[in-house]
Design a protein around this ligand. Sequence first.
Ligand code: SF4
Length: 309
Amino acid sequence: MIKRITIARSYGFCMGVKRAIGVAEETARNTDGPVTILNEIVHNDAVVEDFRSKGVGQKFAVKDVDEGTLIISAHGVAPSVLEEAAAKGLRVIDATCPLVSRIYDIIKDVIPQGYHIVHFGDRNHDETKGVEGHAADKITVISSVEELDQYPAWEERKLGLTVQTTMGLEDFVLFQKAAREKWPHIETFDTICNATNKRQTAITDMAPDVDIILVVGSKTSANSNRLAHISRLLCGRGELIGSAADINEAWFTGEEETLERIGVSAGASTPDFLVDAVIERLRELSGGSADVVEQEKKKRKPRSAKKVG
Ligand code: SF4
């Protein structure tokens, strides 16, 4: 029987996602003619479906958009995509998160100074494709420590290290260490998003005190998947659920397991109403007797991964 439901001190919509959704909603409201979102406005099925139901189109390539207004999602795009849209006469509304744009700014700043960028990220993610598209021949995307072996010593190159905003801090610290062993001259530009970091830290702190952590988020959301991954590593049980409908009663009833202390978190692209519905369902399963508590706030030391000379 569920006895306690602990809500993570930091979860759900981040600044960049709130901003992108606000921009898209306002554009849809105030625009005559077709409005199309390029890719998913944020990686959450409920949010994507909500825009579809309001008549906002969604396409995955500019070539498939013939007219009207095109909204660029929070994950950003390569400059060539903006050029293609302009060439087709589309009105472009750019909802790229400012923290993603910051990576573009760093690239634009250091590449003319002779740097080659090593970008630690998932090469299939929209954000990474956008970053890489800013100077494909001057950026090498690497997704794991193991891949480092494939690359030369690059002693003659000035090297800069950037990172996908939603990468795990622990993974980045390990990658940075391995990259510095291979390339002692590499400079780090820490581009991990603090929102991601805060959500991961909350899960890390919560893990010892709960039996399972439910992370509300879509399978397409990199940061939600990462929260579920951290939950599994540190708590032993972590489930990524799209909504309350994915909660399996047998986890709590003794049929399969008897998990009593439940942690709840959500990715940065998950709307609050989905999290509220999960908490409500868990309370229902407890017969209304479970305590719902918010995770305590905790002071933490400043992060260590900073730009180095
Ligand atoms: S997770 Fe961070 S980088 Fe990504 S959209 Fe949100 S605020 Fe921006």
